[in-house]
Design a binder for this molecule. Sequence first.
Ligand SMILES: [Zn+2]
Ligand SMILES: [Zn+2]
Length: 189
Amino acid sequence: MLAMSLSSIPSTQAASLQIILIPCGRVSQEMLAFLEGGLRREFGADVGYAERMMVPESAYAAERSQYRADAFIDQAPVMGPGRETLTLMVTDVDLYVPRLNFVFGLADRRRRTAVISLARLNPEFYGRSSNPELFRERALKEAVHELGHLMGLEHCSDPACIMFFSNSLADTDRKGPGFCPRCRQQVGR
Ligand SMILES: [Zn+2]
Ligand SMILES: [Zn+2]
């Protein structure tokens, strides 16, 4: 299903972007391998891994049983001076930022680092039966969306574009895994 939206990637650009995935907490190998393949296809990037991290307890807000997304990003290792290296943390715990009930993810352009939470992407979170395929597709969409922010994209008004703002999972499920032509042109991939 995901392969449908993938456009051809100019090989001259393919080598220049590197994405480092950092599992943070309990994230399965299957999930990581799926994200790795999807990001490689979507961005034509080299995808590598950094060592698995513990969920930072300093990010925990006991009164809401959630973790602050920006505090996660603060814990990310600095990945060298390369301007073409982007870091994506992937965690199983539920994330929030002040004034929002929760976030699916957060991107910090200055640090070239983003984090996504798998917690609310899993149908089991809502008492539904498990659906690993849907779960993985949602995770890839959120990963591409946050990496799009790291590459300078803002939200897009096209509901089918991956850069459309997801207020709910219905928005996430409706949009495709790829960029609309305008956003695609902006990321240059
Ligand atoms: Zn966004
Ligand atoms: Zn768009």
